[in-house]
Design a protein around this ligand. Structure first.
Ligand code: PFF
Ligand code: NA
Length: 446
């Protein structure tokens, strides 16, 4: 075996580590709350397993077939006469954009780990003040936690695929799963558990609008880390002759289960405290801490475990976002891994400082452009525009450009022809059409 490649299980854990992140534990529960629960969850599941899963397989296919950085991967797999496909590989730049605000949020989580032990807010009003005050006025603490985040990410990536990424995920992912199982068991015996199940799985059409479908499709991309060559790059460090459909299925199932479990935990706690599930982005950072406080001593442990789990999930994702750019520089530009890592990380770190400052009272005016501050712009541009474009490029490439023999050889022996045909249909028609629909909607054209 090649010395700097994932083992099969190492790949599954690392790709699951990439997929499982803020998207599952922070975003999924609150968008489910905002979009009324049941029906939204159903649409989300359908999109993840049809469209998301198909593109996920496509990325793993390109990566594992080329064993190269994203740009070289597109270049070598495209027909010789098409010179431009290699530029699709540059969608790793989307990742750098995401890395900035993602790391700012990881900084908040570190702050809440410390708050869990030292001083949880004592009621909901105070909780809101604590969060807003931290975001708007506590530049120094935010900056320090943010810096710590980048040090952890860069250190891991500088160690390479086996000693850095695989090792980190081998420790953090099982711990994350352990903590979530514990929290789930705790939630099951809460009074609010039944209501949480009902909320998440009983279809309530009232709060569900067509725009909820768009939210579900957009989130399917974000949650699976697809559309920005992250999964492709991880798969490039995977040995050939792995059943890529099976590996992808495990990862997608793990991502989905963890989102559902996180939702059950958070809603059980929320309903037990007779709180609203539709509180939006503040659900995890405002509602939960106050509830944890009311629970007394046990609440402190639960808060600690919860925020540690959130940090683990987010760090493994952030690490995966940096790898594609680094791998490109290492392979194409012959830069050493250490130099490439610290260079790119430092660049993203500097840009991210402005993202962090754009939430603060002191700088928000300077760093707000039109209707959004820098934080919201980066989030919007990456998830509404760049990730979908990356997704379309991959779908078109694999569906229309890539030699069919390559995809047939990687899929049919393991799954048979029927599955292959469904997959190809999704990649050629379903995925591109629904992606174009989300983009037009998010930009506000339809
Ligand atoms: N999938 C991650 C989450 O759900 O939080 C976010 C993410 C990671 C998006 C890596 C994109 C990416 F390349
Ligand atoms: Na996810």
């Amino acid at each position: 075996m090649h010395k700097n490649r994932f083992t099969r299980i190492g790949f599954i854990l690392a790709a699951a580590g990439s997929a499982v992140g803020l998207g599952n534990i922070w975003k999924f529960p609150y968008i489910t709350g905002e979009n009324g629960g049941g029906v939204f969850v159903l649409v989300y599941l359908a999109t993840v397993f049809f469209i998301g899963m198909s593109i996920f397989v496509a990325e793993v296919l390109i990566g594992s077939n080329s064993n190269k950085d994203a740009v070289t991967a597109f270049e070598t797999l495209a027909p010789k006469e098409s010179k431009y496909w290699k530029y699709s590989g540059f969608s790793f730049l989307t990742g750098l954009l995401i890395l900035t605000f993602y790391s700012v949020v990881i900084g908040w989580i570190f702050h809440y780990i410390v708050l869990s032990i030292s001083s949880l807010p004592t009621n909901f009003k105070e909780s809101e003040d604590v969060f807003t005050n931290f975001l708007k006025n506590d530049i120094l603490s935010q900056f320090l936690y943010y810096t710590l985040t980048f040090i952890i990410i860069a250190y891991t990536i500088s160690k390479g695929v086996k000693k850095g990424i695989e090792k980190l995920n081998n420790i953090l992912m099982p711990s994350l799963i352990g903590i979530l199982i514990f929290l789930l068991i705790y939630s099951i015996q809460l009074d609010g558990f039944y209501k949480a199940v009902e909320f998440m799985f009983y279809p309530n059409f009232e709060k569900f609008h067509t725009s909820s479908i768009i939210v579900a499709v957009g989130h399917a991309f974000f949650t699976l880390s697809i559309g920005m060559v992250t999964i492709l790059t991880y798969a490039a460090s995977l040995d050939k002759n792995v059943n890529i459909v099976k590996a992808s299925t495990y990862i997608v199932i793990m991502d989905t289960l963890i989102a559902l479990v996180a939702g059950l935990i958070i809603f059980s706690i929320t309903f037990t405290a007779a709180q609203e599930p539709s509180k939006g982005a503040g659900l995890v950072f405002i509602t939960l801490p106050a509830i944890f406080y009311e629970m007394g001593t046990i609440g402190i442990y639960l808060a600690l475990l919860f925020f540690i789990a959130l940090a683990f999930a987010a760090i493994t994702s952030a690490v995966s976002i940096l790898e594609p750019t680094v791998m490109y520089l290492v392979e194409r530009k012959n830069i050493s891994r250490k130099k490439a890592t610290y260079g790119v990380a430092f660049f993203a770190y500097l840009v991210g400082i402005f993202v962090l400052l754009s939430n603060t009272d002191a700088y928000s005016q300077t760093l707000t452009f039109g209707s959004k501050n820098l934080f919201d712009w980066f989030d919007f541009i990456s998830s509404a525009i760049l990730m979908p474009i990356g997704g379309i490029l991959i779908a078109i490439f694999v569906g229309y450009v890539l030699d069919k023999e390559v995809s047939k050889k990687a899929i049919i022996p393991y799954t048979g022809e029927t599955f292959y045909n469904i997959w190809l249909f999704t990649i050629r028609y379903l995925a591109p059409i629904s992606i174009i629909a989300i983009m037009l909607k998010e930009i506000g054209i339809i």
